[in-house]
Design a protein around this ligand. Structure first.
Ligand code: CR6
Length: 820
């Protein structure tokens, strides 16, 4: 199998081949060139990751010209740029995405076959870049792809964490966290920008000099840029994801080193680097840790400097800034952008304070992603004062200016010695958006009620979306082929065209092919479960999937209680014609979230007991797949029949997994929460399994004394499942292991698992019956696909452009000249 560069050089000349063969031959040459001259590897010595990196570099090379053309177009047009500031980008793998968007998949396949390699093996070798926790980070990644696809000139700004979200393993059913190391191998997509670096300061004090504030910081680090080009569908446009890495201002203390203090000599380096070392693994709780505040200021301040530098290279009147830069704050993590921008304009550029505030506000907008009090960021004033003394002064000014407008002074960003970052972000944004219709209304009536009364036009809705290139086209090849065969390829960047599928449902062939695609996806997953998890499942069973972070409000434990109750009922009456089911769970628990970790443990212990039961085996299996990430989601979603979206109503701001499932033809069992509401409106109530209390009912129910005990008393199945857990049926080695869980559910039950259980059980039995009629089920599934096109992130981005950013799309002149 020796394959030398020499032999390739003697390959048939390109001109003798078909166009696509030219491309594949070019690509093969370019893979070999990168392998040889960039990686310094001989083909016969190359390992799979060498080939993978060489292929990535070969593709990146084809992105670059297009990228430059896009940036040049943006510069010359004078158009407004969008800046998306996000603490998280949950990117996943990029190789397939880039290949598909460049239209080079067949060429790559052929090139690799020529080289004696297999494309699928190479794709599977790519690490999953997990610079985010969950929905918020994945949304940012989908938005980056859609910003490029709609041709909106944009930069994503974030942190280049050395370690992304931890890897999850199970040891005797318990979650164990291991560090993630995506940078271990040479990163294939980024360009290191040693020339793009900013000094950022912390601490010290502020003095006054002739009425001017002067900040004398005591600490400084350098933010250095790493750029990843993000290519659009069909390579029409490309934007930049710019991630900042922290470096010391003075790298290395040679004097100390020479004195023999080797470790001390490297200290400044280690200290500075800590800032971009690791992603905080919490999504919906805040720990209020100093390092986190440093991370937030670090990437926000670096990004703003970069934005101003670019603006000042192109324009000389700062008043034009809001016409040229729209800066979106993804949650409050970059909310320090408000005061920092005021500081840059006022302290550093001499703009009047009031004008600086107005100018900053005209540029900034803020997306809220949660109403849960434990997730809303608050920083102690003393910490803010110590780390960012000048910013603290400006926050007081901004807050005071706000107070003037409302003499009753009901709203303030300062409370109980803390800075409330949501209020600060709101005050410094010209638009504030929620992420689903319901969530936006709840923002108006709850957390931001007072601010909303003051600024009734500020809150707007932009329901989340997902990129169809990754979540349908790439992840579900069989479904995509069927769609394209039926209605052409236009749906890929105009997802509402999926509606055109519906007239074909009457045709004999269509629903059969739709069902076949689902069946084959399920067969693939069954094989994977057999090899990877040593679990045998019936590939025709109902695949019931709940994949997301483990959280009480998401109620994985309600799903598990229903699983236990179902198992008991099947065991008691095995011949009652049960619909076979595979319950699939995946998700990580935040390392410090004890209750969530107990749920993880319990799911694993219940799975072990149920899967070992020969009586129920034909009807019920439970799988908890470790290390949920973007790649695993891509594998699971196309094979799902049922999508579990069962949060306590009012708690899930939107959800985005719910959209991916609906597009891929899984039916939803769900509450009226987040974007579930809008999914149900679009797919039709007859194609959605609704259950449970509404957000209003939830609030009322909580007031009922003993609501949990009442609900348990009224439902023998729930009582039985809880009793089994409490008596140690799943933890015989430690029968009391789950007393915390059962005690919480029986007495407190803030998330109303018990009160919603009966309705959930009944919905599941309706689902059993519906699934038994496969023709009717597949029709409902296909309707979900056909009517979910609105949930494309292209639609979401166009909404932000029109309602928040006032930005327009551009086109590279003469597309096609640039690509290939
Ligand atoms: N945890 C919401 O909970 C929403 C995403 C993206 C979340 C979720 O419902 O879909 O944001 N919120 O908008 C936060 O991260 C704070 C999430 O992912």
């Amino acid at each position: 199998t020796s394959m030398t560069v020499g032999r390739v050089a003697n390959a048939p000349v390109a001109s003798a081949l078909e166009g696509d063969l030219v491309t594949s031959a070019d690509l093969r040459d370019s893979i070999l060139r990168h392998l040889t001259y960039d990686l310094g590897k001989e083909p016969e010595m190359a390992e799979i990751h060498d080939w993978r990196i060489a292929l990535s570099l070969a593709l990146r090379e084809r992105i670059v010209d297009h990228w430059f053309a896009s940036m040049r177009t943006a510069r010359h047009s004078g158009a407004k740029r969008v800046y998306y500031l996000s603490m998280e980008f949950l990117i996943g793998r990029l190789l397939e995405d880039s290949m598909v968007n460049l239209g080079l998949e067949e060429a790559a396949d052929r090139a690799l076959t020529d080289l004696g390699l297999n494309l699928q093996d190479i794709l599977a070798d790519e690490p999953d870049a997990a610079l985010g926790n969950g929905g918020l980070g994945r949304l940012a990644a989908c938005f980056m792809e859609s910003l490029a696809t709609v041709g909106c000139p944009a930069f994503g700004y974030g942190i280049r964490y050395e370690h992304g979200l931890f890897k999850q393993r199970f040891v005797q059913g318990r979650q164990v966290e291991e560090p993630e190391d995506w940078l271990q191998q040479r990163p294939a997509w980024e360009f290191e920008r040693s020339d793009i670096a900013f000094k950022l300061c912390f601490g010290g004090e502020v003095s006054e000099d002739g009425g001017k504030a002067v900040w004398h910081p005591e600490e400084a680090v350098v933010a250095k840029a790493y750029d990843t080009p993000i290519i659009s569908w069909q390579g029409r446009w490309a934007n930049t994801l710019r991630l900042w890495s922290a470096r010391p201002l003075h790298g290395f203390d040679l004097e100390r080193f020479n004195r023999g203090e080797f470790a001390a000599a490297a200290e400044p380096e280690a200290l500075a680097r800590t800032i971009s070392r690791v992603l905080y693994p919490d999504d919906t709780t805040e720990q209020g840790k100093e390092l986190r505040l440093k991370q937030e200021f670090f990437f926000t301040a670096a990004s703003l400097r970069d934005i101003l530098r670019r603006f000042e290279a192109e324009h000389d009147n700062l008043r034009l800034l809001p016409q040229k830069a729209a800066i979106q704050l993804n949650d409050t993590h970059p909310a320090i952008a408000g005061p920092e921008m005021v500081r840059l304009l006022h302290d550093e550029r001499g703009m009047e304070l009031d004008e600086a505030i107005v100018t900053a506000r005209a540029c900034l907008s803020y997306t809220n992603h949660t109403l849960m009090p434990e997730a809303l960021e608050r920083w102690p004033e003393h910490l803010m004062h110590r780390l960012l003394p000048r910013h603290m002064q400006l926050i007081e000014r901004i807050d005071a200016a706000h107070a003037v407008k409302q003499p009753t002074r009901q709203v303030s960003a300062l409370e109980h010695g803390e800075v409330k970052m949501g209020e600060l972000a709101f005050m410094m944004a010209h638009k504030v958006n929620g992420v689903s219709a319901l969530h936006t209304e709840l923002m108006k009536s709850t957390v931001f009620a007072e601010l909303h009364r003051l600024h009734p036009d500020r809150i707007v809705n932009q329901t989340n979306g997902v990129t169809p290139r990754r979540w349908v086209l790439s992840a579900n090849r069989r479904l995509s082929a069927l769609i394209t065969d039926t209605i052409g390829e236009g749906w890929v960047d105009d997802l509402e065209q999926l509606e055109q599928l519906e007239p074909y449902f009457g045709d004999a062939g269509f629903l059969d092919r739709y069902a076949a695609a689902k069946r084959e996806n399920k067969a693939d997953l069954s094989n994977w479960l057999a090899t990877e998890m040593d679990l045998k499942v019936d590939p025709t069973a109902l695949f019931d999937v709940q994949i997301k972070r483990i959280h009480e409000y998401k109620r994985q434990h309600m799903n598990l209680l229903e699983t236990i109750a179902l198992w008991k009922e099947i065991a008691a009456n095995p011949d009652a014609g049960w619909t076979p089911r595979v319950k699939i769970f995946a998700g990580k628990a935040a390392p410090g979230y004890v209750f969530a970790k107990e749920i993880v443990h319990l799911i694993n212990e219940v799975a072990a007991v149920i899967n070992a039961d020969p009586v129920t085996a034909p009807y019920l299996k439970v799988a908890f797949l470790p290390n949920y990430n973007v790649t695993l989601a891509e594998r699971l979603i196309p094979a799902a029949d049922l999508s579990e979206q069962i949060s306590t109503a009012g708690k899930e701001a939107s959800g985005t997994g719910n959209m991916k499932f609906a597009l891929n033809g899984a039916l939803t069992v769900g509450t009226l929460d987040g974007a579930n509401v809008e999914i149900r409106e679009r797919v039709g109530e007859e194609n959605f399994f609704l259950f449970g209390m509404t957000a209003d009912e939830v609030i009322a129910r909580r007031e009922v004394p003993g609501h949990a005990a009442q609900a348990i008393e009224a439902d023998a199945r729930l009582a039985g499942a809880l009793a089994d857990i409490g008596e140690g049926r799943f933890s015989p080695d430690d029968p009391g292991r789950y007393h915390g869980v059962t005690g919480n559910l029986s007495h407190h039950d803030y998330f109303l698992v018990c009160s919603d259980f009966t309705a959930y059980w009944e919905a599941q039995r309706r689902i059993d019956a519906a699934f038994a009629d496969q023709n009717a089920w597949m029709r409902m599934a296909a309707i979900n696909t056909a009517r979910s096109g609105w949930f494309s992130s292209d639609r979401a981005i166009r909404g932000y452009m029109a309602d928040i950013w006032n930005a327009e799309a551009l086109e590279v002149p003469g597309p096609g000249d640039v690509l290939h």
